[in-house]
Design a protein around this ligand. Structure first.
Ligand SMILES: Cc1cc2nc3c(=O)[nH]c(=O)nc-3n(C[C@H](O)[C@H](O)[C@H](O)COP(=O)(O)OP(=O)(O)OC[C@H]3O[C@@H](n4cnc5c(N)ncnc54)[C@H](O)[C@@H]3O)c2cc1C
Length: 553
């Protein structure tokens, strides 16, 4: 592994070309170790192909581990994929790809059973039937959960255990993937990555592969307050844009309505109070105890997330309050302890006892409905590059994700990608190895690590839950100012500099799309265009990066 010292300029860091000292060759490289990445890796391995999983932190450091509520699938008596489809389409506000949703809901139950066969244990009743709960937008109990409210932790545990026990599956932790390598024909040939540690100085290396799967998760860290962990910096979307791939629906960021409110200046990952708490009967109230969601939607507190988030924001504006409250006192201590042990502990660690007190809540950035555009087999617009999980835009979520459909999407589309790779390999259609023919990676200016917090503030002020042309114009200006080269203080580029650069590109793309979409739809809420406008806007916005300029249309 070599350092990147040969590539600096006085003021701006540049992506280095892969150093010959650190290279690896494999068939398929999977970037990310959440539900999407590990499921892809396991399924591809089953066919005997060589697989390398690369992740920038520890194996369980993505959003998957944090998922609370559960995974949606028509597993219950009387429930059908058709009903799940119908709820998903309603939440998606006219922009779901119905074929993609149909695949999700019909293949979902089988994918959950295969996850169970891989080792995940879900909560069951005395007869051994999987217990199902309800969440916003679902007209039925169809959310399977584990450990009460620790579903993601259990899924992550089971998948990590499965990959760790597969001796032929290669894993590299603490390696941040930077950019795609392509061959002379523009086909995927591998990627560059910044490897940390390994007994040597940090540095940039390369993996040569016949297919690359981006499973890099979400982009919540674009905003100051988010439920997403620190690794969710939209790296996959940024990489895909730089590689020439299409990105879609970026403006649709879901703000979770009930995130524990920790004060006006709280930044970074915030504790989530799962929708399942409302699903089990907790009410949203204002400071006077009024249930303000009643009458706003037939499902009241269990309306789709965008509606509840808007309801909370409206009430906050009307009353001048900084947050609303969730009242779960009716559950009693035993139910809190058994059903929501993680949330109970999290609240108590912040000095709030939900057994006897109201929980202060406010919306925070939670889920990216958009991402790298794919077809139904996970192909992006770049040959040999796949995307799945939260990093992808399969068309399943439309303008707003239905609760607990994301873990399911990660599972179902990971399996679809694995099947496609296996089939292509069998038919001799998987790209050959191109170690000797990779084109050099284009150099990209890098931002200083300190830009991260300012990007987050600019985005929260301008492109948060409530948006307008003025607020977003200010964000465009703020982001442009940040793109000016900063004097670089560090000797070598750090992970934080790559992440700040990715956040900036993703924030700019998101803002450009949100500015263009002059209507309110799903989780995109414009104060200056409050109505849904099907005549002009029932369409997807596709973003590309063309010679350094973002194009949206
Ligand atoms: C608090 C919380 C609660 C949630 N609850 C639910 C729920 O109940 N039900 C539900 O369906 N969904 C839920 N979600 C959403 C769901 O958890 C995520 O959408 C899903 O887990 C994403 O899985 P993933 O595999 O796509 O990405 P992640 O699990 O986020 O994994 C991304 C991986 O990519 C790696 N990575 C990122 N960038 C790079 C890079 N440049 N180089 C190398 N590695 C990289 C990360 O380290 C990580 O390993 C919740 C999310 C949060 C944050």
């Amino acid at each position: 592994m070599s350092s990147t010292a040969s590539a600096p300029s006085p003021s701006v860091r540049r992506l280095a070309a892969p150093a010959p000292g650190w290279t690896k060759t494999t068939d398929v490289v999977v970037v990310g170790s959440g539900v999407a990445g590990l499921t892809t890796a396991l399924r591809v391995r089953e066919a005997g192909l060589r697989v390398l999983v690369v992740t920038k932190a520890m194996l369980d450091d993505g959003s998957t581990r944090w998922a609370q509520g559960g995974i949606a699938a028509a597993l219950g008596e009387g429930d059908t994929p058709e009903q799940h489809l119908s709820d998903t389409l309603v939440a998606g506000a006219g922009l779901c790809d119905e074929e993609a949703v149909r695949m999700l809901v019909t293949e979902g139950p089988g994918a959950v059973r295969r996850l169970i066969a891989t080792g995940a244990t879900f909560d069951r009743d005395d007869e051994g039937e999987i217990l199902l709960t309800r969440e916003g937008g679902h007209h039925r109990r169809r959310i399977a959960h584990a450990g009460g409210d620790a579903t993601g932790a259990e899924i992550s545990r089971a998948l990590v255990e499965a990959v760790r026990t597969d001796d032929d599956l290669e894993l590299i932790e603490h390696a941040l993937v930077l950019d795609l390598l392509t061959d002379a024909k523009g086909r995927t040939a591998g990627l560059t990555l910044h490897v940390m540690g390994e007994g040597q100085r940090d540095g940039v290396g390369a993996v040569h592969a016949r297919a690359v799967v981006l499973a890099t998760g979400g982009l919540g860290q674009v905003f100051s307050a988010t439920t997403n962990p620190a690794v969710s910096t939209g790296d996959g979307v940024a990489l895909a844009l730089r590689a020439g791939a299409e990105v879609a629906d970026l403006e649709f960021v879901q703000f979770h309505p009930t995130v524990l409110w920790l004060g006006p200046d709280a930044e970074g990952q915030q504790p989530l109070i799962s929708e399942a708490v409302r699903g089990e009967g907790a009410h949203l109230v204002d400071a006077d105890g009024v249930r303000f969601m009643v009458g706003q939607h037939e499902l009241a507190e269990l309306a789709p997330r965008d509606i509840v988030a808007k309801g909370i924001m409206r009430r906050m504006q009307e009353t001048g309050a900084e947050h609303m409250y969730l009242d779960g006192r009716r559950f009693g201590a035993a139910m809190w302890e058994e059903r929501f042990p993680t949330i109970l502990a999290s609240c108590r660690s912040h000095g709030i006892d939900p057994v006897t007190e109201l929980i202060p809540v406010a919306p925070a950035a939670h889920y990216a409905s958009g991402g790298v555009r794919t077809d139904l087999r996970g192909h992006t617009s770049v040959s040999g590059l796949y995307a799945c999980g939260e990093a992808a835009c399969t068309g399943v979520h439309g303008a707003n994700r239905l609760a607990s459909n994301s873990l399911l999407e990660g599972l179902v589309f990971a399996e679809r990608i694995a099947a496609d790779i296996i089939e292509r390999d069998r038919l001799g259609k998987l790209a050959p190895r191109h170690e000797d023919t990779t084109r050099p990676v284009e150099v990209v200016p890098l931002l200083a690590a300190e830009a991260r917090a300012e990007i987050q503030r600019v985005m929260t002020r301008g492109v948060g839950v409530l948006r307008s042309a003025d607020s977003m114009a200010a964000a465009v200006e703020g982001l442009a100012a940040l793109a000016e080269p900063e004097p670089d203080k560090s000797e070598f580029p750090q992970v934080e500099t790559w992440e700040a650069t990715n956040l900036h590109l993703v924030a700019s793309a998101l803002t450009a799309a949100a500015l263009l979409r002059e209507e309110t739809r799903g989780c995109h809420w414009r104060e200056d265009a409050p109505d849904r406008d099907d005549e002009n806007w029932q369409k997807h916005l596709i973003t590309t990066l063309d010679e350094g300029r973002l194009q949206v249309g």
